[in-house]
Design a protein around this ligand. Structure first.
Ligand code: AMP
Ligand code: MN
Ligand code: MN
Ligand code: MN
Length: 279
């Protein structure tokens, strides 16, 4: 079985429209797909209106939050997108993105990069602004030679544009997900570059807050990373998730993960998978 529980569309920083994402998922043989745009459910809403064919679609989201000064991403899977509580929190989250963007722009201006807030806002075309919009503008303005350089030097973790003061706490976003009937999954645990001890502290806090899943497979992990994440999943008794974190064709990993990749951990998708689908 091919699953993909972590994907993006043009509703956040992905390159494919919701309809294009579903079509590509069909072409890639994905049987179970979660749409998990950053801090918005607009992409999923658009998909439920188009013919998904044989692809079973799960409502999802990827929420930005902080834990101990680190910017963490939590996936909410199987959420009720009509939850009034979640909708109101997402309005605040969008406002937080706007505030953050202004600060990123001010900080970059101090380094001599003028007009980045205005440029990024224009590129966002009405979506909530993200760091990729700043990176794209900085390339277009000739400030940097590539998106990768923009992140490496100015926008990535620990750099001047890594503004996270506006995000809610880890506990808060888990609460939002649970209030909308969803399951909270810690996304890409190795992206935060935490020591083993600190990562375990974060996972303990996540579990305590009500987190139930760990993204054991994000993209195409090495055998070493997979073994480590399966062990963490077992140690904290989490259910395992798997997703490509697909953003766009070209320069990004393709959609789809072999469901077997998380074995012997308990797959989180067992909660939703149709009876006719088997691992
Ligand atoms: P934000 O949601 O505004 O915090 O921006 C984070 C997003 O930037 C991630 O979800 C990725 O899509 C993107 N990103 C992070 N690092 C890089 C990178 N080195 N190159 C290109 N895009 C990146
Ligand atoms: Mn992204
Ligand atoms: Mn993420
Ligand atoms: Mn993602």
């Amino acid at each position: 079985m091919i699953v993909d529980l972590h994907t993006h569309t043009t509703a956040s920083d992905g390159g494919l429209s919701p309809a294009e994402l579903v079509l590509r998922a069909q072409q890639c043989g994905v049987q179970l797909l979660a749409v998990t745009d950053h801090d918005t459910i607009d992409g999923y809403r658009a998909i439920s209106e188009v013919a998904a064919g044989d692809v079973q679609i799960i409502a999802g989201i990827e929420l930005s939050c902080t834990w101990s000064g680190v910017n963490i991403h939590v996936l909410g899977l199987g959420i009720d997108v009509d939850s009034a509580c979640l909708k109101s929190e997402l309005t605040d989250q969008r406002a937080a993105r706007g505030e953050r963007a202004k600060i990123i722009g001010e900080r970059l201006a101090k380094l001599g990069f003028d007009g980045t807030y205005e440029g990024a806002s224009e590129l966002a075309e009405g979506r909530a602004i993200g760091r990729p919009d700043f990176a794209r503008f900085m390339v277009a303005a000739g400030y940097v030679d590539s998106m990768a350089t923009a992140f490496d030097k100015y926008l990535g973790a620990g750099k001047v544009g890594d503004v996270k003061a506006m995000w809610p706490t880890l506990e808060t976003v888990v609460e939002w997900i649970k209030s909308a009937g969803g399951v909270a999954v810690l996304a890409h645990p190795l992206h935060y570059k935490l020591t083993n001890a600190k990562l375990r502290r974060m996972l303990a806090d996540f579990k305590e807050a009500g987190g139930e899943g760990l993204e054991v497979c994000n993209g195409r992990p090495s055998a070493t990373d997979l073994a480590y994440l399966r062990q963490l999943c077992k140690d904290f008794d989490f259910e395992a998730s798997a997703g490509s974190d697909f953003h766009q064709p070209n320069n990004w990993l393709e959609l789809g993960c072999d469901a077997k990749v998380v074995a012997p951990c308990r797959p989180i998708w067992a909660r939703w998978q149709r009876a006719e689908l088997s691992v």
